[in-house]
Structure formats: C-alpha cells, structure tokens
Design a binder for this molecule. Structure first.
Ligand code: C2E
Ligand code: MG
Ligand code: MG
Length: 700
C-alpha cells in the first residue's frame, strides 16, 4: 500500500501558482508582441520625419543654390545687354539679392550634418560659389569700366565656366542628396519589413509558447486528476488494495493523499462491518452466519462432522453469579475449545452458550473420540473471577453428508442430537441414522405445524395410570399426537422438540390444556373419577400467561383444580428456576396437582424436589426397565418410593412393560404404574371404554 504524504512546501508549485505563472507569462508575451512593434513604429516615424525634414531641406537648399546662381547669371547677361548705366543700377540690387540667397543656401548646406563625402562636395560648391562671386564682381566691374563687350568676353571666358561648374555641382549635389534620401527610405522600408517579420515571429512564438504552456499546465492537472478518478472508481468498486499513485506537493497531491486516507478508512470500516456481521464479539469466534457460510462452502462430496455443544445448566450459573461471570465463563469455555480443537477444525459460537465445531474429514469413530476429548477438557474446573466452576457440556454430532447436505439441516440435526444427549445425560449423541433419512421431512414439518393446529390435525391420546392399591385407573396422561394427512400419525418426539425450539409450543400447550380440561370436565360430569395429566415444557413454565390460562380454562369448564395434574420435567426448571418456581407455586395455590416427570433422568435430587410444590413423582422409564431383575434399578426405585412416602408424594412408575415389573412395583409399594403393561396411549373413546369396563367406583 503506497503511503502518500502531502507536503505543502514543495519544489513543485501548486496548481493555482502554476496557473498564475502561466497566465502571467502569456500576458508578458502578449505585451512583448505589442510593445516591440510599437517601439519600431515610433523609430520609423522619427526617421521618416527626419528624412522629410532634413533631407528634403537639403535638397531644397541645393536647388535654391542652383536656382539663385542661375538667376544671378541671367541678371548678369541682362546687365551686359543694358547700355545705359542708369538702367543697370537697379539691376545690381536684384543680382546681389540672388547671390546672397545662393550664399544663404550654400551656408545652410554647410551647416547641415552630412556625410564626409557630401560635406566635401558642399565645400567644393562653396568654393565654386566664392570663385563665381569673385568672377561675377569682376564681370560687373568690367561692364562699368571697359564696357559690355569686354565684360562679355570675361564672362564667356571665365565667369560662365565657373557658373556652369557651380550649376553642375549643385545639380549633382541635389541628385546625390535625393539618392541618399531614397537610400534612407529604402532602409526604412527594410526596417519596416524586419519589424513586421519580428512581430509575426513574436506573435507566432507567443502562440506556440502559449499552446505549449496551456498543454503542459492542463497535462499536469488532467493526468493526475484522471488517475485520481480511476483510483476513486476502483475504491468505489471495493478494491481497497489498489495503489494510489504518488502525489506531488500540489492540490492533486493533497487529493490523492485524501484518497489514500479515504481508501484506508473505508477498508477498515468495511472490515469492522464484516467483523460485526461474521464475528461473535464476546468470544471473537465466527458467528452463526459465518459458520453457515463456511458449511456452505464445503466442496461437494466432502465428509466430516458438525458437532454442536452447549453448557449444561448455564442459565442457573448465569442467573446466580451474574452476567459478567457468565460472559467470562463463555470466553473461558471458548478458549478451552480452541485449545483442544485439532487441525482443520472450525469453531463458532451460535448464541448464548451454544457452540458448534466443524470437524472435516473425520469418520464416526474419530468424531466420537474428538467429542470425548473435548468433554474431558471442558470438565476440568474453571476459575472465573476467583470462583471455581465445575461445568459440563452436552455434544450432538451430525455426520455429513449422511445427516443432510444443507447447512441448516446439519445444524438442526446436530442440535437434536445434542438435546438428546442432554436429556439422557450422555456426553455426546449422534444424530440418528434413521432420523437422518427423515431429516428433510422433519424440517418441513416445522413449517406445517401452525397450519396443522389450525386445521385440527392435532389430537390427544390418553394413557392410563393404574392405581395399584385401588386396582383402578386413577388418572391418565394426555399425550399429543399429530395426524398428518400424508405421513400418518406422528409421535410427539418428532415435533415437540421443534415446537419448543421455535417457540410454537406456546400455542400448542394452551390448545392441549383446553382439550384436556374439557375432557376432564366431561369425565367428571359422567361420574368418572380420573385425574387428567398434561405435559408442560420449559418454555411453558416461563410463560407469564400460563397460570392465568389454566385458571381461565378451569373456570370456563367448572373443573375442580385437583382434577388436573401438570407434568413438568426437572430440566424444564433449569433455565430460569426462580420464574418457574413462582409459576409452580401459583399453580399449586390454585389447587392444581403437579408432577415431576422422568424423575432420575435429570440432575435434581430428592432434596431439591422437596422444595417444589409437587404432589407426584414419576420415576423415569430407564429405572423401571427390568426393575424385577436389575438389582441396581430395584435399589433406586425402592429407595425413591420410600423417600417419596416420607415426603408425602405419590409415586408413578413410568414405562412398566412386563407383568413381572408390575408385580414387583406392587410388592414394593409403588402407588401408580403407567406403562404398556397397563395400556398404551389410546384415543379418548378407547380410553373411556377401557375405564368404563373396569366398573370402577363412581365419585363426585
Ligand atoms: P412423557 O411425558 O414422559 O410421556 C410418556 C411417554 O412414554 C409417552 O411417549 C408414552 O407413550 C411412553 N410410554 C408409556 N409407557 C411406555 C412403556 O411401557 N414403554 C415405552 N417404551 N414407552 C412408554 P410419547 O407419547 O411418545 O411422548 C413422548 C414425550 O413427548 C412425552 O414424554 C412428553 O415429554 C412429550 N409430550 C407428549 N405430549 C405432550 C404435550 O402435549 N406437551 C408437551 N409439552 N410434551 C408432550
Ligand atoms: Mg409426561
Ligand atoms: Mg415421562
């Protein structure tokens, strides 16, 4: 990336300075082009005036000298023909005037600034004029003394010759001066031509210099501006690695400098935005969006595992120790995961305490080993804010491509497996192979649930709970069924988890409760003394409308509250024990019976159960299974029965399938049995027929 520093004090002038200099030079050239001809014109005018004034004057003077000399000669000739002296006297004055005028002209010529050659000629003319004047005087004297004949002879022999020479010389001078004048005029013409050439040259030079300068200035501005535009366009197109050309110390340099700053800040902002979009800010790990993107980018035919994990009982830790500790715990958890994750493994945080790992190119065995390795690392005590936390996690593994080829399905499968692992208290669980076949179908079920509920495709079956001492069906558990138009009867295990995850259970439970309470009210009216049980999910226990819904339904159907039993699982209490307990207390206060379902599959102890306002405890199927032969199960069930008796709770054994188990339970003081050995869950009518067939005592 090229860094550009804008240096305002630079060798290179700024654009404004360049423009000012350019225009100043152009104006200077224009001024020169205009001034030179003006100067030349003035010179020419002066020289022309000089020629006109001086040269013409000289020509006139030489002409005058010639004319006056001639006029004096004519006067002399006239004199020589005038016999009377009295007639000659007036002519002398005129002749003297002519001679004086000729002298003046010659004197004028002498005074003029002339070339040495001309000056020699004028001196000769002056000399001739002197000699002519002398001879003229002698001729005049001869006229007066010896008469005109002698004077004529003197004139013809001597005076006329000198006069002719004088006239010739003055004429020669005149033409010489005229030639000189012509020469000077020619010189002037040459100067004019030269001046014109100079003006054309200067104008052309100015034009060329102007064009060159304009081109250079325009180029020095346009080229970098074009480069800047190209760079700006590349930046606008998202190319933040584009090199900004080095700027010069002018305004465009500053612009390029700003472009660099702009490019870098856009790049850093975009990086920040994509960080926000793709990174979980708490842990710095990729987030759900990024993980789904990574999954989506896996090459076709690749194999591996998606492992979803979350911290067991994170909500109570978070609630008890505060969200600050919760956040630090999550960070520590993420750091541990990063440490144990192997090469080619991607880790992301989905939300809350839910993380996901992508293990590429692993088979089922390797994935299981890796899962156990991770669990072992996570189980080591963590110190958060000086507190020792022993945490555990549940992992769900979905192998791909078997568990589904699209990313969302894989995550869903892994989550289902994780929920199963959690429920069964197994460290990890694989997405079932038989489940995977139906993975896509199940996903599509989620979308159909709402419609099914509205259409009346849901129904409840009842499974009797046999009272062993009274040998009668004392109560019945309502179990939800979905009669799908194409897929037939769907068991709750296939859709209740989705309903819980999507929150749709909030709509399902009120429907079940309404159904069960209405049925129980009818039984009561029919004199059937059977308590109806309904199941509640964790989300129901946190629903603030739960208690009021139950109360309203009971009121509407006029069912005594103790004819209704609500079953809750221990894990349902874990998310927000305080709120759940508050609702349970309110339900107990109404008079509704409460039952702990699947007891033993969770982590709660009997001591904990004691604090709950429950009336019944249902021992999980896994302990009842083979209770007559399995001594460990027998010990657990026996001690639970004893403790329940101490606590005043009635005990239900779930999932008894054999008469031997049933007999064992009877012998060991279990109150009620719910299992296939008694009856499978059945439609309402079958259930009622079954109850009536017992010819049981009728109560009010
Ligand atoms: P659960 O509340 O523990 O219900 C007892 C489950 O055990 C029922 O399964 C029942 O059919 C089964 N079962 C009873 N006796 C035996 C036996 O002898 N052997 C075996 N192997 N199983 C036996 P189902 O009907 O499939 O229901 C599964 C779970 O779905 C229920 O467990 C309950 O947690 C949930 N569920 C059912 N209906 C609802 C409902 O309306 N609301 C909610 N929230 N959950 C429900
Ligand atoms: Mg139940
Ligand atoms: Mg149960």
């Amino acid at each position: 990336m090229t860094e550009i520093m804008y240096n305002p004090v630079s060798r290179l002038a700024s654009i404004s300075a360049r423009l000012i200099i350019g225009f100043a030079v152009l104006l200077g050239l224009l001024f020169a082009v205009a001034a030179v001809p003006l100067q030349r014109l003035e010179d020419l005018t002066a020289r022309t005036r000089d020629i006109v004034d001086r040269q013409a004057q000289l020509v006139i003077l030489s002409q005058r000298a010639n004319q006056h000399a001639q006029a004096a000669a004519i006067g002399l000739l006239n004199l020589m023909q005038t016999a009377e002296r009295d007639a000659r006297v007036p002519q002398y004055a005129a002749m003297d005037a002519e001679l004086a005028a000729a002298d003046m002209a010659v004197a004028g010529l002498e005074k003029a600034m002339l070339s040495p050659a001309v000056r020699t000629d004028i001196e000769r003319i002056a000399d001739l004029r002197q000699r002519y004047g002398d001879l003229f005087q002698q001729t005049v004297e001869l006229i007066e003394i010896e008469g005109t004949a002698a004077a004529r002879r003197h004139f013809e022999d001597r005076t006329q010759k000198v006069l002719n020479t004088l006239l010739f010389e003055t004429q020669a001078l005149e033409s010489q001066l005229q030639q000189a004048m012509q020469a000077e005029l020619g010189e002037l013409r040459q100067i004019t031509t030269n001046a014109r050439r100079l003006v054309i040259l200067l104008a052309t030079g100015a034009l060329v210099a102007g064009i060159a300068m304009a081109w250079a200035i325009a180029r020095s501005i346009v080229v970098p501006v074009r480069k800047a535009v190209a760079v700006a366009e590349r930046i606008a197109g998202g190319d933040y690695k584009t090199a900004v050309p080095p700027g010069r110390g002018d305004e465009i340099g500053a612009l390029l400098g700003s472009l660099t700053t702009m490019r870098d800040s856009i790049a850093s902002r975009e990086e920040k935005i994509s960080r926000l979009a793709y990174v979980d800010l708490l842990t710095g790990l990729p987030n759900r969006t990024r993980f789904l993107e990574i999954l989506g980018l896996l090459p076709a035919g690749s194999t591996g595992a998606v492992v979803m994990l979350d911290i067991n009982r994170f909500a109570p830790i978070n609630n008890a120790l505060g969200h600050g500790v919760g956040d630090r715990l999550l960070r520590e958890f993420a750091a541990r995961l990063c440490q144990v994750q192997g090469e080619g493994c991607t880790l992301a945080r989905l939300w809350g305490d839910q993380f996901v790992l992508l293990l590429q190119d692993v088979d089922r065995t390797t994935a299981a080993l890796q899962a156990e390795r991770i669990l072992a690392a996570l189980r080591a005590p963590m110190m958060v804010d000086g507190q020792r936390l022993d945490i555990d996690a549940s992992l769900g593994i979905a192998m791909y491509p078997q568990a589904g080829e699209d990313s969302a399905a894989l995550l869903r499968r892994a989550e289902l497996a994780m929920t199963r692992a959690k429920r069964r208290h197994e460290g990890h669980a694989f997405s079932n192979d038989d489940e995977s076949e139906a993975a896509h179908e199940e996903l599509s079920l989620i979308g159909e649930m709402r419609e099914a509920l509205a259409r009346g495709d849901f129904l409840v079956h009842y499974q009797p709970k046999l009272h062993l001492a009274q040998k009668r069906i004392a109560s019945a558990e309502a179990l939800l069924r979905w009669r799908h138009p194409e897929k037939g009867m769907i068991p709750p295990g296939n859709f209740i988890p989705f309903a819980e995850q999507t929150g749709f259970i909030r709509e399902v439970t009120p429907w079940v409760l309404a159904r069960v309470i209405a049925d129980a009210a009818q039984w009561r009216r029919d004199g059937i003394a059977v308590i109806a049980s309904a199941n509640l999910s964790a989300l129901d226990l946190l629903n603030r409308d739960l208690v009021s819904t139950v109360r309203r339904l009971l009121d509407e159907s006029a069912l005594p509250p103790d004819r209704l039993c609500l079953e809750i699982t221990e894990s349902a209490l874990m998310d927000d024990p305080e709120l759940a307990l508050k609702h349970l207390n309110e339900l107990a206060a109404i008079g509704v019976k409460l039952s702990i379902d699947d007891y033993g599959s969770g982590q709660a102890s009997l001591a904990y159960v004691k604090t709950l306002p429950v009336h019944e405890l249902k021992i999980d199927r896994i302990f009842v299974d083979g209770v007559d032969t399995d001594s460990k199960n027998a010990a657990i069930v026996r001690s639970t029965i004893l403790l329940c008796r101490e606590l005043g709770l009635s005990v239900v054994a779930e999932g008894a399938e054999t008469p031997q188990e049933l007999a064992w339970l009877g012998e060991n003081g279990c109150d009620l049995v719910q299992g296939y050995v008694v009856a499978r869950p059945m439609p309402l009518d079958d259930f009622l027929a079954r109850v009536r067939a017992q010819a049981l005592p009728v109560t009010g």
